[in-house]
Design a protein around this ligand. Structure first.
Ligand code: NDP
Length: 486
């Protein structure tokens, strides 16, 4: 061995070694041994916890439930996930055409049919360096899991340009299916060149006078079959090489955008009534970053072709780990694989039906979530009477059954209404049935919440909030009201 070869070998060891130690530093080390007997005495335990309730979560729960493993699905802040925000899905194998929300409803009821329990809460914190794994919810519940299947999906991306946050819900949105009816005879732009952009444009074209798709490159990324749909809509135009630089308005609503043309290198003001974002999604992996390796774009990395992560007993499925396919069908396939992987893992580590029987008295009770029914306001007179007779605050939730984020927010409203039952009365009003109340409060978008102290509106918001956000929002208003009284 000559001197040069020796030096290369020593250097090689150093580089490999530092890589190994760097790897350990990046994520917390899993140091616990898996001993099923240890789990027998732990309270609030569950053999399989599925985090997330979309196209990956329900199939995962279906499979583990069919293995007769007690499975709890933590629904998350957007129950049903991305498919609930789409209209027709034409590429679900075996179905020519099905509405996204219907597809999720079917997946949910099939998982429930086989015994999966649904828990309406969202995960706030995990500890994967201990086993059984520790999960804490936003509602303050602690669950211990023998296995976890992460199916948290992804969140729509934002442009990050001036005006975007200011006009969020006032002309800027990511949900055409929710807001399209408000743009009847108006002019709107859709940003993006993928399948979502085409879909949003088609939803809008039914109502709007003109829809312009703004694509930053010189070509669409959308599938050819999606692009072909565009020919059916004479009021849809596509402008290439264009980027939105700013969103402007009159404080109340969007009126213009600054549009940069990458060919002429100029910026022009374009008058517009609405901006619909369809520029892709970012993976919801933040909760797990201390434990699991992520790729450069934040997707959870998988070491091999199974769905098991670097941590034995933690599995992942769907968009949160998929930077390539991102389809409802592939998410479901991943979910099925993760369900089978979790069941095999439990078997390989000595879990049996005998052990499950012994564990049963300690199972986490997923039915303990307390939710109040939110009454529907039918007439303006009914609302006026309620306001007059209520000493505390009155919250009116304007919603529409066709608006997925409205429907997803209802359980959060029910849960917060339960917690604040002595201080706030929550009611809801369906704007597709009852226009008079919506018109009085100038409701232009849903979901839309107004908070009334007698006849004074003390707050309004069009954010689709989680239970935690809504709770913080209401507690702040209650504190301000109490401070004013004293
Ligand atoms: P994609 O990632 O496919 O497309 C995102 C688009 O947004 C691209 O054209 C991208 O441009 C553009 N973009 C990204 N960032 C910016 C920015 N800052 N400014 C302007 N443009 C930007 O996301 P989609 O949400 O469209 O689709 C996600 C997945 O879901 C895909 O796999 C898609 O096939 C699937 N899907 C399927 C549907 C169906 O089958 N019915 C419906 C909707 C989605 P560029 O090309 O330059 O990167």
């Amino acid at each position: 061995m000559n001197k040069l070869t020796m030096i290369s070998i020593i250097l090689g060891f150093f580089i490999a070694g530092s890589g190994f130690f760097l790897g350990l530093q990046r994520t917390k080390f899993f140091k616990n041994t898996i001993d099923m007997n240890k789990a027998l005495t732990i309270k609030d335990i569950v053999p399989v916890v599925v985090i997330g309730s979309g196209a990956a979560g329900y199939p995962a729960a279906l499979y583990t439930s069919r293995f007769k493993l007690k499975t709890v699905v933590i629904l998350g802040n957007k129950p049903g996930g991305a498919l609930t925000e789409t209209t027709y899905v034409e590429n679900w194998p075996g179905k020519e055409k099905i509405l996204g929300p219907d597809l999720i409803k079917d997946l949910q009821s099939q998982a429930k049919e086989f015994g999966a329990a649904l828990f309406a809460d969202s995960v706030q914190e995990v500890n994967f360096s201990q086993w059984p794994f520790y999960i804490k919810t936003e509602g303050g519940k602690v669950i211990y899991a023998l296995t976890v299947i992460i199916c948290t999906g992804s969140t729509p991306r934002m442009l990050d340009v001036p005006g975007e946050r200011q006009y969020w819900g006032k002309g800027v949105t990511t949900c055409a299916v929710c807001d399209a009816p408000y743009y009847a005879d108006k002019e709107v732009v859709v940003i993006g060149g993928g399948d979502s952009a085409i879909e949003e444009a088609m939803q809008l074209a039914v109502y709007a006078k003109k829809v312009t798709i703004l694509v930053r490159k010189g070509a669409l990324r959308a599938a050819g079959s999606m692009q072909e749909h565009l020919h059916k809509y004479p009021n849809i135009e596509v402008i290439f090489n264009s980027e939105v630089r700013a969103i402007k308005g009159n404080d109340e609503h969007v009126t213009h955008i600054d549009l940069y043309n990458d060919v002429t290198k100029t910026v022009q003001e374009m008058p517009i009534n609405g901006v619909f974002l369809a520029i892709g999604h970012d993976p919801n992996s933040r909760l797990f970053k201390d434990y699991l390796p992520l790729d450069s774009q934040g997707y959870i990395s998988l070491p091999d072709r199974t769905q098991q992560t670097k941590i034995p007993g933690v599995f992942v499925a769907g968009d949160v780990a998929d930077n390539r396919y991102k389809q409802g069908g592939t998410a479901s396939g991943d979910g099925i694989k993760a369900g089978i992987d979790a069941a095999l893992f439990l078997k390989e580590h000595g879990f049996s039906y005998d052990i499950m029987e012994k564990m049963k008295p300690n199972f986490f009770d997923s039915t303990q979530e307390s939710i109040l029914h939110i009454a529907e306001i039918q007439t303006i007179g009914q609302l006026d009477k309620l306001i007059k007779e209520t000493d505390g605050l009155v919250v009116v939730d304007f919603y529409a059954p066709y608006c997925p984020s409205c429907m997803r927010m209802l359980p959060a409203l029910g849960a917060v209404a339960y917690d604040l039952v002595d201080k706030v009365v929550f009611v809801k009003s369906d704007i597709s049935m009852q226009r008079e109340i919506a018109d009085r409060y100038k409701v232009e978008t849903v979901p839309y919440l107004i908070v009334l102290n007698k006849n004074e509106i003390i707050a309004k918001t069009n954010n689709a909030m989680s239970k935690k956000e809504l709770s913080a929002f209401m507690l702040d208003l209650i504190e301000k009201k109490d401070a004013k009284v004293s």
